[in-house]
Design a protein. Structure first.
Length: 124
């Protein structure tokens, strides 16, 4: 049985500027996981947004736990809040903006698993 404690997952600043904790990611090999996706916990501070980015060759799902914001995928945008599930197709330019007064907290599921090398910031 594998149980990862949140506190044991190192917090990093991802390429898109979100505060991120990788909860489970088989791409890193430390845990010898037999899964085809990764899951991470992300936070965007009030008044901030992640940087527009593309995860090459992967689809992604966000599940909003806390806060409100606006999700941008390619040329579309929509308000999002707790219990919303957002599908991000492979190759889509995406970012999320925190429009509320508290942290915007969400889970990120990426398939195939997320790696920093495939997470590309989009410059205009």
């Amino acid at each position: 049985m594998l149980i990862r404690k949140f506190e044991d997952c190192e917090e990093i600043i991802a390429n898109d500027s979100t505060r991120l904790r990788e909860l489970l990611n088989p791409a890193h090999g430390k845990l010898n996981l037999k899964m085809q996706y990764s899951i991470a916990h992300a936070i965007v501070e009030p008044g901030s947004a992640s940087i527009p980015h593309v995860i090459e060759g992967a689809s992604e799902v966000y599940y909003i736990l806390q806060g409100i914001g606006v999700m941008y995928i390619d040329d579309e945008s929509a308000l999002v809040g707790p219990r919303d599930t957002i599908y991000i197709p492979p190759g889509a330019v995406q970012y999320i903006e925190n429009t509320g007064g508290t942290e915007l907290v969400f889970l990120c599921l990426v398939s195939p698993p997320w790696t920093a090398e495939r997470d590309k910031v989009v410059t205009t």
